[in-house]
Design a protein around this ligand. Structure first.
Ligand code: FAD
Ligand code: SF4
Ligand code: SF4
Length: 399
């Protein structure tokens, strides 16, 4: 894959933080902290959107906009839900991602796994690394729910002996990685994607935890789950759950990073295999195989999984429209009403793929509105065709 122009031949890497051309929209994906910053103009997800070209190059075709599953969840060969029969203790869900990383190393499929460990001082501060052993992959399990400069470790590739790499990452990181893939000193690249929305800086995370949890200092893990509640796990093992509808929307309106308020790559369009939870029923993980490399990754662990077909229930559309209006007015419900709405939505609301579509619709409409209000000059070219089609199904407040 190495191209003649490859910047890894340069003698000296750049100094971290020297330039971030996306400015306030930068998601700190790490590309600009490597010598591959040379490609930033066409690689940065916030300077140029190239979903169709990326899908073509990675999967051999772009998504079929007339197929509802592809419109929402991207190019696919197969979707399924799964759980590891023997979950990995301390993983975000059951640990399918970490188990694939371990098996990819053990089987010799790859020489290293790009994953995200945590800082020694702070469990929520991400430290990207190239893991060469199963223990290193396992040590990187569980989300660090903050912007992570994954691509800074590209800097370590030249001279490392790594020729086959499994990269784990979220959409903006993978868009930039795909754009420079042909220039990397690699023979093979596998991409295991995570869905991602509403990411935050470390400071933003603190604001969120202080607003949403009764004991922000002891939270070790949290997730927005399919039962419309945020589940916090604390140091002593106890669980705290808070209904989505009880969040202090006015206080949290500005907590998400501007990159994430302008992002439409929720389901990680460029990955070979995506592992999240949003299209699965409560407690299960949701997997989308986009191409043959994704099928190879899934095959590494499939006999360790309890799998089931995807399913769908309910109709999200009215709830999405009501959510758009409530968000725009920054309404905060009293907790008793939030609990009641949460109970009703959980019993009768969208489940499975329909929950996934509920979440995509809610985030794409919010982000389209945010972009039109804050970056009107770039909104038209930045919103990809698939997102535009989804957003056009709803009535948005004036921008
Ligand atoms: P584990 O085996 O615990 O492995 C987790 C992996 O995540 C590790 O390999 C680690 O390298 C990687 N990682 C940790 N932090 C980061 C980071 N900041 N950036 C990139 N990689 C990281 N799924 C959904 O369905 N809907 C969502 O809205 C959603 N939002 C997410 C937001 C973030 C910031 C992240 C990191 C993930 C999100 N996911 C979302 C994915 C989901 O929470 C789980 O990570 C996924 O289902 C895998 O679970 P697991 O138990 O298999 O992972
Ligand atoms: Fe550079 Fe990544 Fe920031 Fe874009 S998002 S400016 S590529 S670090
Ligand atoms: Fe990147 Fe989008 Fe996730 Fe923000 S929401 S970290 S921009 S993939």
């Amino acid at each position: 894959m190495t191209a003649a122009l490859a910047p890894h031949d340069r003698a000296r890497p750049l100094t971290k933080g020297s330039t971030y051309p996306a400015r306030d929209l930068c998601s700190q994906c790490g590309l600009c902290d490597s010598r591959w910053v040379a490609y930033v103009r066409r690689a940065c997800a916030f300077l140029e959107q190239r979903f169709e070209a990326m899908e073509d190059e990675a999967h051999g075709r772009s998504r079929n906009l007339d197929d509802e599953n592809e419109l929402y969840f991207g190019v696919q060969q197969r979707m399924l839900t799964a759980r590891l029969r023997q979950p990995i203790e301390g993983a975000q869900w059951t640990g399918i991602v970490s188990r694939i990383g371990v098996r990819a190393l053990e089987s010799g499929l790859v020489d290293a796994v790009l994953c995200v460990g945590q800082s020694e001082d702070d469990r929520f501060t991400p430290v990207p690394r190239l893991a060469r052993t199963s223990a290193e992959v396992l040590a990187a399990r569980v989300n660090k729910p903050t912007l992570s400069p994954n691509l800074e470790v590209l800097e370590q590739l030249p001279g490392s002996g790594i020729r086959r790499l499994l990269a784990i990452g979220v959409g903006c990181q993978i868009q930039a990685l795909r754009a420079v893939q042909a220039t990397l000193p690699l023979d093979q690249l596998y991409v295991l994607g995570l869905p991602c929305v509403d990411n935050v800086s470390r400071q933003g995370l603190q604001t969120f935890l202080e607003s949403a949890s009764a004991s922000p200092a002891t939270v070790v893990h949290y997730e927005f789950m399919q039962d419309f509640r945020i589940h916090f796990r604390h140091e002593d093992g106890h669980q705290e759950t808070v209904p989505f509808f009880g969040l202090d929307t006015p206080a949290l309106k500005d907590v998400f990073a501007p990159s994430c308020l302008s992002c439409f790559d929720y389901t990680n369009a460029g990955a070979d295999l995506v592992v999240g939870y949003m299209g699965a029923t409560f407690g299960r993980q949701w997997l989308t195989v986009r191409n043959d490399r994704g099928a190879d990754l899934l095959a590494l662990v499939e006999d360790e999984l309890d799998t089931a077909p995807v399913s769908s229930r309910g109709d999200r559309r009215q709830a999405v429209q009501q959510g758009i209006d409530a968000y725009d007015k920054a309404l905060r419900l009293p907790m008793w009403l939030a609990e009641l709405v949460g109970f009703v939505v959980q019993r009768f609301g969208p489940q499975g793929l329909e929950y996934g579509r509920f979440s995509i619709d809610s985030h794409f409409t919010r982000n389209a509105l945010w972009l039109r209000r804050h970056h009107p000059a770039m909104a038209e070219r930045h919103i990809p065709a698939f997102a535009e089609r989804i957003v056009s199904r709803y009535r948005l407040p004036a921008s």
